[in-house]
Design a protein around this ligand. Structure first.
Ligand code: KIV
Ligand code: ZN
Length: 499
């Protein structure tokens, strides 16, 4: 295992070439321009924009991007063939990356060429690029399955042909970190131009293999935003860069604060959504639920975060659920400037736990609505809901039975209505008629977040025979229960106002 990393690593981004090879992804010229501008702002050294020989549209993209005068070099991929290289030259690429397969599998089954013929093509391709005064990078495709002596011979020959960089692809993602490290250390014995690594993620080792190559002295990482690429993808740019900066103390030119927004743009344009637990840019990358973690993070973020979310343009999220502790709730209440009495706080805490136990994740909007409905509850509750059950359906008269505690006296009754909420309202009206005669003036219901288990928020406006008018509000997964609670909350307010 060799540890001789450079102090700075160049980032060669191939989102718009290998990333576009993600099954099902195609990126138009206009979209490539948007992403190229983002990558340039991000600070990548080279943007591999595409494969000019693939189509006239691809050549047009190169011409359009060349006019933008970006700081990054714009590279075009080409097979080690003059017709491919010509297309890249004609497209105004200022950097050409040629490649040819060198492993026995590629020689015997794909190219059906001898070692000598392949070496000759590799060299003539690089010479052709250099004769045109263009920066040349060369790859032995399937390098990690190529015999070491032959690999050294091919790379040595293109080096003699004045190649500017050589790239070592693990085309099928089959290597492991220790082997990549040894390979780069071995190549460094004969290669004196900068060495680059290009790793695929078939075993989920693309980033680890890239870093192992850098540890042995590779000076460039070929990678993609969000790890897009053929099959299981390429090494993810954001993971490599943050590991280099934070774990290795190695610099790149990347402005890390733009990583999250660049990832979002690429995800939107490619249509490839990132899993929530994706490192660095996933929605959960800085989300904390467990009470102990939340307490730690709120005191000092380093307790449970490798680095601050702001460093990559992301945000921290405190997620509420069954593992939530009181500190998380206090911090959220502060964030929304909601003051609760101790008893109200306990009610909210129990409600959050109960919802968490039922498998629900409580979003920020859910939480706010819950907290505000508890805050808005009257302090004195003469009427308390003890139970509710409803029956409804096709060819059935909607019926609700309600059980209330009326200032210490337990009463219940059942009523029918046009729907379950109407039936419940009638039942409540008849149970409380000796205390107050209420009319429902307005009723609003809203599903706060999407999905069938979304919390429903109900706001009602009720009035009494003395002309008092109040609102009541409640939030629950069960909309009938939320409706009944909102009505009862309003009844308690009316009772407090009555002369
Ligand atoms: O994976 C690979 O081998 C490639 C080459 C074209 C560099 O993408
Ligand atoms: Zn590749």
């Amino acid at each position: 295992m060799t540890y001789n990393p450079p102090s700075d690593v160049m980032i060669y981004d191939t989102t718009l070439r290998d990333g576009e090879q993600t099954p099902g992804v195609t990126i138009t010229t206009d979209e490539k321009i948007i992403v190229a501008e983002k990558l340039d702002k991000l600070g990548v050294d080279v943007i591999e924009l595409g494969f000019p020989a693939a189509s006239p549209g691809e050549q047009q993209t190169f011409k359009e991007v060349a006019k933008l005068g970006l700081d990054a070099q714009i590279s075009g991929l080409a097979r080690s063939l003059t017709q491919d290289i010509d297309k890249a030259i004609d497209s105004d690429a200022d950097y050409i990356h040629t490649f040819i397969g060198t492993s026995p599998l590629h020689r015997d089954y794909k190219l059906k060429m001898s070692k000598e013929e392949i070496l000759e093509k590799a060299v003539s391709g690089v010479e052709y690029v250099k004769d045109h005064g263009i920066t040349a990078e060369f790859s032995c495709e399937d390098a990690t399955r190529t015999e070491l002596d032959y690999l050294k011979e091919v790379f040595g020959a293109v080096q003699d042909a004045k190649v500017d960089k050589i790239n070592v692809p693990d085309t099928v993602g089959v290597t492991i970190p220790i082997k990549m490290n040894e390979l780069i250390a071995n190549l460094k014995e004969v290669i004196h131009v900068p060495i680059s690594v290009h790793c695929h993620n078939d075993f989920g080792l693309a980033v680890a293999n890239t870093l192992a190559g850098i540890e042995a002295g590779a000076k460039q990482a070929q990678c993609t935003i969000n790890g897009l690429g053929e099959r299981a993808g390429n090494a993810s740019l954001e993971e490599i860069v943050m590991a280099l900066h934070k774990a290795y103390n190695i610099n790149t030119n990347i402005n890390t604060k733009l990583l999250y927004s660049t990832s979002e743009t690429v995800s939107r344009i490619s249509g490839v959504k990132m899993p929530p637990n994706k490192a660095i840019i996933g929605e959960n990358a800085f989300a904390h639920e467990a009470g102990i973690h939340v307490q730690g993070v709120l005191e000092k973020s380093e307790t449970y975060e490798a680095f601050k979310p702001e460093e990559v343009g992301h945000t921290r999220r405190i997620v509420l659920g069954k593992l939530t502790g009181a500190n998380a709730i206090k911090s959220k209440l502060e964030e929304y400037d909601i003051n609760l009495e101790d008893e109200q706080f306990d009610q909210l805490f129990q409600k959050v736990k109960a919802l968490g136990d039922s498998g629900k994740t409580i979003t920020d909007v859910d939480f706010r609505s819950l907290a505000e409905s508890i805050q808005g509850k009257p302090t004195e509750e003469k009427v308390k809901l003890l139970g509710i059950s409803v029956m409804t359906g096709d060819h059935v008269l909607p019926t609700a039975s309600v059980k209330l505690d009326l200032d210490g006296e337990i009463k219940s009754c059942a009523h029918i209505g046009v729907g379950p909420v109407d039936a419940a309202l009638s039942a409540i009206q008849s149970l409380i008629k000796e205390l107050v005669d209420i009319t429902l003036e307005e009723y609003h219901i809203e599903a706060i977040t999407g999905g069938t288990n979304a919390l429903g928020e109900v706001i009602v406006k009720t009035g009494d025979e003395q002309g008092n008018k109040v609102t009541g509000r409640s939030t629950d997964e069960d909309i009938v229960k939320a409706s009944v609670e909102a009505i009862i909350s309003s009844v308690n307010k009316l009772l407090m106002l009555r002369k």
